[in-house]
Design a protein around this ligand. Structure first.
Ligand SMILES: C[S@@+](CC[C@H](N)C(=O)[O-])C[C@H]1O[C@@H](n2cnc3c(N)ncnc32)[C@H](O)[C@@H]1O
Length: 314
């Protein structure tokens, strides 16, 4: 794709500002080239000539904005994605959690839930059956609704079955879903210990005392300042010695919070909260609470009230 002109870059930045002011979603600290490219690529799809025209349309048409939101947040995911990661979680993380009276896991940026159902299956196979809760969150309400339903394309099940086997699966993957026409319906018993909710890593708050946080293939889209905010959020949400898993192309190293997490396995990007205190940061780094989405903006954007989640977790 050709390089955007200076004026197009300005138009993109104004569009992100408009999205924030009107709908409360803050993409201003996402990596610029990638978010600008995604916006620009959508022009032809919507038959629009300029980004300014797109801005006018989204300000006056909420449905258009919702479609664009799904388009610019990349929701690609799969079950047992990166099987070696899940294999390592089985072998390295789960044995540390087994003896705890209750295990709390947060999947942040879980998209349509494939990763979450994978974890529920893994926990069951590793003997963590009743004494756990998974909090599955994403900024995008549409994908969370899909995740709640647990209905996936049957065409993908062949690939997911292979991933499951490669991840050290102990049963037959087909036992976990019912095939109906073109769809696979995940076993409802997997869902009963999962709480699905909208949560935005940019401006929503901490979760209490998590034993494990999984946030994979999300940080890659954020600039350093925003990554720092998210690592601080995770550090505060983890119990002492709690685990943090990020995606294969992501790392806590090079962030301001590098010393706050120690390596468990470098290859699979699994860390543990260290006892090193959080660094003192400037206002720029730890995004201020004033950036939080107001209840009014939340209501306008039709978002679930996050305080409900904190009630459940506490
Ligand atoms: C590429 S998917 C990754 C899904 C899953 N974690 C995986 O690795 O397969 C990225 C997800 O992050 C979500 N996301 C992006 N920014 C977010 C934010 N600020 N807060 C919460 N979720 C976010 C997107 O909506 C999208 O569903």
């Amino acid at each position: 794709m050709k390089e955007l002109s200076n004026s197009e870059k300005i138009e993109c930045d104004l569009l992100l500002q408009a999205i924030f002011m009107k709908y409360g979603y803050d993409f201003r600290n996402y990596t610029k080239p990638s978010i600008r490219r995604r916006i620009h690529n959508r022009l032809t799809r919507y038959n629009l000539k300029t980004i300014s025209e797109m801005q006018h349309t989204l300000l006056h048409n909420k449905k258009f904005f919702e479609t664009l939101l799904l388009d610019i947040t990349i929701n690609v995911t799969e079950m047992f994605r990166d099987p070696s990661f899940f294999k390592t979680v089985r072998k390295t993380v789960i044995p540390n959690l087994k003896d705890r009276p209750f295990v709390k896991i947060w999947h942040a940026g879980c998209s349509s839930g494939e990763e979450v159902y994978s974890m529920a299956i893994l926990l069951r196979e590793e003997g963590i059956c009743r004494n756990f809760r998974i909090y599955a969150t994403d900024m995008n309400e549409a994908v969370i609704d899909k995740a709640k339903k647990g209905i996936f394309s049957i065409a993908k099940m062949k690939n997911y079955t292979q991933n499951y086997i490669d991840s050290g699966g102990k049963a037959s993957f087909a036992d976990y879903y019912t095939a109906r026409y073109d769809f696979a319906l995940m076993d409802s018993s997997l869902r009963k210990d999962i709480v699905f909710s909208v949560h935005n890593l940019v401006n929503d708050g901490v979760f209490g005392e998590m034993d494990l946080i999984v946030c994979r293939n999300v940080l890659i889209y954020l600039n350093k300042e925003l990554k720092d905010r998210v690592f601080s959020l995770f550090w505060e949400s983890l119990c002492p010695g709690g685990f943090l898993c990020v995606g294969s192309k992501e790392t806590v190293r090079f962030s301001t919070y590098s010393d706050s997490f120690e390596d468990v396995t470098r290859k699979e990007k699994i860390y543990r909260k260290s006892f090193h205190p959080l660094p003192v940061t400037t206002g720029d780094c730890k995004l201020s609470q004033s950036a939080s989405r107001s209840p009014e903006r939340k209501a306008e954007a039709g978002l679930a009230d996050y305080s409900i989640m904190t009630t459940v977790t506490s």
